[in-house]
Design a protein around this ligand. Sequence first.
Ligand code: SAM
Length: 155
Amino acid sequence: MSRVKNIEDDYGFFGIGILNNTDEINIGTLWRSAYILGASFIFTVGKKYKIEGSDVTKSWTKIPLYHYKTFDELKENIPFSTQLVAVEMGEDAVPLGEYVHPDRVIYLLGNEVSGLPPLIIEQCQSVIKLPGEHSLNVAVTGSIVMYDRINKGHS
Ligand SMILES: C[S@@+](CC[C@H](N)C(=O)[O-])C[C@H]1O[C@@H](n2cnc3c(N)ncnc32)[C@H](O)[C@@H]1O
């Protein structure tokens, strides 16, 4: 019996989202990148997403946009055998260039004001960082991470 949708043996997936978002325009831009660069789903933790014009693709009409009230709720709903990866600057973070993306992964970003709290980061399976002494915009960061995943041959 064959499936209607053809999925390759090495097919993986990823979701990307943000904790306690503070800037709707950024997030609209992140969702647009996520849809175009192949995310299977997008999500918010804490603050709900409001429709934003910067997401010209209306990504939420094409891939699921989930909302979790708390980080614990996100953790309880992680798909089977899927890693949770924090995207944040820090001494212990793995530079993105050296990072081998898991087949199934959720990338979690922090907000523009306070980033990801250490208590959240320590509950993630790994932490990855982009180069630079100053933080990048969150939508730019997420877009680069997704491009890096594609560029390293992942779906
Ligand atoms: C503008 S930054 C947060 C800056 C915040 N003022 C702080 O001190 O943590 C917003 C988010 O973008 C991501 N980000 C920005 N630059 C990054 C980098 N160089 N490496 C990894 N993540 C980065 C992180 O997810 C971060 O939480």
